[in-house]
Design a protein around this ligand. Structure first.
Ligand code: PLP
Length: 351
C-alpha cells in the first residue's frame, strides 16, 4: 500500500498497533526448536534474566508477566499490606487504566491520587499526601509509583527521579516505576538503565516489552531482592506463570543482545519528534505536552479532529480531550508525514 492510497496503512492510535519486531521474532523462532522445561525452568528464561541483570549491572531478581496491568498490580501488591496505600498521579495507568487491579491484587491497598495535570508526580505532592494523615483511620502510605515516561509522554529527568527517591527514603516509602515504555525514557535521556533505576533509588521496575516490539510480556525487576520474596507464588496465583515461559522470555534475549530495545525506542521517539516538528505553530493546533518520548498530544479544533477521523486516522482523546498519537518501533516516516500533511491541511481549512 502506498502513501497515496485513501486510508492510512499505519495507524498511530497506540504503540500496540504494531506487530512483533524482527529481533523478538527471531528469538521466538529459535526458541521454538524441540522441547524445553516448562514454567521458566528453561535456558531461554535463564538467559533473559541474565541479560536483564547485565543490562542493569546488578544482581536483580527478574520475573516475566503477560502484561503491564499484571506486572504493576503484582509488584505493588508485593510492596504493600492490604492496609497500606500507594501514592500515584491522577493520570497514571494504575489509577485510570487497570480496572482496579492494583487494589484487587493487593487485597485492598488504596491508591492515593495526586492531581497532576501533566501526569508527573512531584516530591511536594508526594510529601503532601504522605504526611496528610498519620492516624489509624487512614491507609498507611507505603509506596510511590511513577510512570517513566508518563502517560502524557513526559520523561522524569535523572534529578527528578532522584529527588522523588529522596523523599521516599525520608518518609519510609518504597519506589515503584511503571516502565511500560522505559526503553523510550532511556533513549531520551541517554543514560544507563541502572542510573535511571536502582542507582537513583527505584526499588522495583516493570519493564515493558510489548511496547518495545515484543508480542507480549513485561519484566518485573526487583532491585531489592528481599522484596521479591514469594513473588513467584503471587504470579502463579494471579494466572501470570506461563507454562511455556520460554516464549515470554526469549524475545528479551533477542531485543537486549542486539541493542534493538534501544534502537527501536530511539526510532519511535524520533517519529514523535518528526510529527511534532511538522505541526508546531499551526493555527489552532497546540502540543498539549512537550514531546519527550514516543507520544504526541494535540489540542486542535473539533473540525480538525473530525476531519482526521474522516480521513481514516485513529486516535484516542482520553487525556484532556486532545488527540494522542503514539509511535512504535516500526513507525514509517512516510505515514508520519502523511498524518502531518492531513493535520496541516485540515488546520489551514479551519483557520
Ligand atoms: C500500556 C501501558 C501499560 C501496560 O498495559 P497492559 O495493557 O496491561 O499491558 C502499563 N502502564 C502504562 C503507562 C502503559 O501505557
Amino acid at each position: 500500500m502506498a502513501a497515496s492510497d485513501p486510508y492510512p496503512a499505519q495507524q498511530f492510535a497506540s504503540d500496540n498497533y504494531a506487530g512483533i519486531c524482527p529481533e523478538a521474532w527471531a528469538s521466538m523462532l529459535e526458541a521454538n526448536q524441540g522441547h524445553a522445561p516448562a514454567y521458566g525452568n528453561d535456558l531461554w528464561t535463564q538467559r533473559a534474566s541474565d541479560a536483564l541483570r547485565s543490562l542493569f549491572e546488578t544482581d536483580c531478581e527478574v520475573f516475566f508477566a503477560f502484561n503491564g496491568t499484571a506486572a504493576n498490580s503484582l509488584a505493588l501488591a508485593a510492596l504493600c499490606q492490604s492496609y497500606h496505600s500507594v501514592i500515584c498521579s491522577s493520570l497514571s495507568h494504575v489509577e485510570t487504566d487497570e480496572c482496579g487491579a492494583p487494589e484487587f491484587f493487593s487485597n485492598g491497598s488504596k491508591l492515593l491520587v495526586a492531581s497532576a495535570p501533566d501526569g508527573k508526580l512531584t516530591p511536594q505532592a508526594i510529601r503532601a499526601l504522605a504526611c496528610s494523615r498519620s492516624d489509624i483511620h487512614f491507609p498507611k502510605p507505603r509506596v510511590v509509583t511513577i510512570t517513566q515516561p508518563t502517560e502524557t509522554g513526559l520523561v522524569y529527568s535523572l534529578e527528578q527521579t532522584r529527588a522523588i527517591a529522596a523523599v521516599c527514603r525520608e518518609l519510609g516509602l518504597k519506589l515503584h516505576m511503571d516502565g511500560s515504555r522505559f526503553a523510550h525514557a532511556c533513549a531520551t535521556l541517554g543514560c544507563a538503565p541502572a542510573d535511571l533505576t536502582w542507582r537513583a533509588g527505584v526499588d522495583v521496575l516493570c519493564f515493558g516489552g510489548t511496547k518495545n516490539g515484543m508480542a507480549v510480556g513485561e519484566a518485573v525487576v526487583f532491585f531489592d531482592r528481599a522484596l521479591a520474596e514469594d513473588f513467584d507464588y503471587r504470579c502463579k496465583q494471579a494466572g501470570q506463570l506461563a507454562s511455556k515461559m520460554r516464549f515470554l522470555s526469549a524475545p528479551w534475549v533477542g531485543l537486549l543482545a542486539s541493542g534493538a530495545w534501544l534502537r527501536h525506542a530511539r526510532h519511535a521517539n524520533a517519529c514523535a519528534a518528526r510529527l511534532a516538528a511538522q505541526v508546531r505553530g499551526l493555527a489552532g493546533v497546540e502540543l498539549m505536552f512537550p514531546v519527550q518520548a514516543n507520544g504526541v498530544f494535540l489540542r486542535a479544533p473539533v473540525e480538525v479532529l473530525q476531519g482526521l477521523t474522516a480521513k481514516g486516522w485513529g486516535f484516542y482523546t482520553f487525556i484532556g480531550g486532545g488527540a494522542r498519537f503514539m509511535f512504535a518501533w516500526d513507525a514509517d516516516p512516510v505515514w508520519v508525514d502523511a498524518l502531518a500533511r492531513d493535520i496541516r491541511e485540515l488546520a489551514s481549512g479551519v483557520a
